[in-house]
Design a protein around this ligand. Structure first.
Ligand code: FE2
Ligand code: FE2
Length: 405
């Protein structure tokens, strides 16, 4: 299977993965042969790409960190909260007088949400627990291989950030309570964007200074909104507040600093002391990763190996170095099912599919080599364990790069 952008789909292409609609219902099932009208439907619904069969290695099934069902349920519930808060933002003129005025306008009352926002949040608490259960209990190493439509970008992004955030938090041994605060904070981290005009959020070109100032208001706005919701602690609000801060103090809005370590620390001592909270630093890493692995109107998604490189390159100055080191050990550069091209060794220039990951060497998966350097099908595919072939390097095929030439 491989990802093909909507503009390149042709009638007859067969879906390798089920496409779900915004409410989590299957829209088109895996195995469906696409017709011109199906392709048009996908386009109208905002899908940038789908996964299609390649006719070579369709038996290799990618693993995902959470079930497709849970992903869509949670995204739907995040959407409900965003809808309720968006209504408040709309009534208040979306903070056009600036962030201070918008905060003042909110007053110190709880947010005027439908039933106080309680039932929507209760659903989200249940989701958070389900997410944690699926992630903590799974022993799979997997990435975020899921199809996302532009229309639901914000909600899918929120789920991605919570999934990778929870994975990182659980592997570093955070307590159940802390994991729940982290996951909820991740799900709501961008809620302050409801106060930014959509035209600015989706703008393809460079933002003007004024527009950038408007974007920079969303962490503070998110903090102010979440702390006025019936949440059990302030920490989820701080995840929203701090997710664009940098280790060296060069982020926004508070210019907080980090010490590039995971080490033990008390959250309570850090609030107000100019220091980043660990759960916010975790959120920052997963936020960057989710953003660069998603298709946006202004640029396509990065391949998973490129994305891990980019996150690693941000360690130290921007992202917490120890959190990134853990991230590199648990998020695969070459997820199962991904087409890769080999360089060096016996199979120089050949292409194949990742079939197995090795927990202690995530950068050296096992690859089923299917095509030679000329793109011809090998008479009998070879299974190559990259741990035994250190001279071989891999490159993950980009979107639309068809495995056969
Ligand atoms: Fe953000
Ligand atoms: Fe974000």
């Amino acid at each position: 299977m491989f990802d093909k952008s909507i503009d390149r789909l042709e009638p007859g292409d067969v879906l390798a993965r089920t496409v779900f609609d915004a409410t989590g219902r299957p829209l088109l099932k895996a195995g469906t042969a696409l017709t011109a009208s199906y392709i048009e439907r996908l386009r109208r619904r905002g899908y940038a790409a789908v996964t299609v069969e390649d006719g070579l290695a369709d038996d290799v099934v990618p693993e995902t960190l959470i079930s497709e069902q849970l992903r869509h349920t949670v995204a739907g519930h995040v959407g409900i909260i965003f809808g309720q808060v968006g209504e408040v933002a709309r009534q208040r003129g979306r903070g056009q007088g600036g962030v201070d005025a918008a905060v003042q306008d909110l007053g110190e009352q709880p947010l005027p949400l439908v039933d106080g926002g309680r039932s929507a949040l209760e659903r989200l608490y249940a989701d958070v627990q389900a997410l944690i259960n699926e992630i903590v209990e799974s022993d799979t190493v997997a990435g975020l291989e899921s199809l996302k439509s532009h229309n639901e970008y914000t909600f899918q992004h929120s789920v991605d950030v919570a999934v990778i955030g929870t994975l990182l938090g659980s592997r570093m041994g955070l307590s159940g309570g802390r994991l729940r605060e982290l996951a909820l904070g991740c799900l709501l981290h961008d809620i302050g964007k409801l106060y930014i005009e959509e035209a600015i959020l989706d703008k393809p070109g460079k933002l003007t200074a004024e527009e950038y100032e408007a974007v920079k208001a969303h962490p503070r706005m998110g903090f102010e909104l979440i702390r006025r919701m019936p949440v059990v602690s302030l920490l989820p609000a701080h995840v929203a507040y701090q997710h664009h801060e940098h280790q060296r103090g060069s982020g926004y809005p508070q210019g907080l600093v980090g010490d590039n370590r995971i080490g033990p620390r008390l959250h309570e001592e850090r609030i107000g002391a100019g220091k980043l909270l660990l759960i916010a630093e975790i959120g920052a890493v997963s936020d960057v990763h989710s953003a660069i692995t998603s298709d946006r109107p202004y640029r396509p998604a990065m391949a998973p190996d490129v994305a891990v490189d980019v996150v690693e390159g941000m360690a130290g100055k921007h992202l917490n170095r120890e959190v990134v080191e853990l991230f590199s050990r648990i998020v695969p550069r070459y997820p199962i099912g991904r087409w890769v091209e080999l360089a060096g060794g016996e199979f120089d220039g050949a292409r194949g599919v990742v079939t197995e990951l090795h927990v202690l060497r995530m950068d050296r998966p096992t690859v089923r080599v299917l095509l030679d350097a000329a793109g011809q099908r090998l008479a009998s595919p070879a299974e190559l364990d990259l741990r035994d072939a250190e001279q071989v390097t891999l490159r993950s095929l980009a979107m639309d790069e068809q495995p056969t030439r």
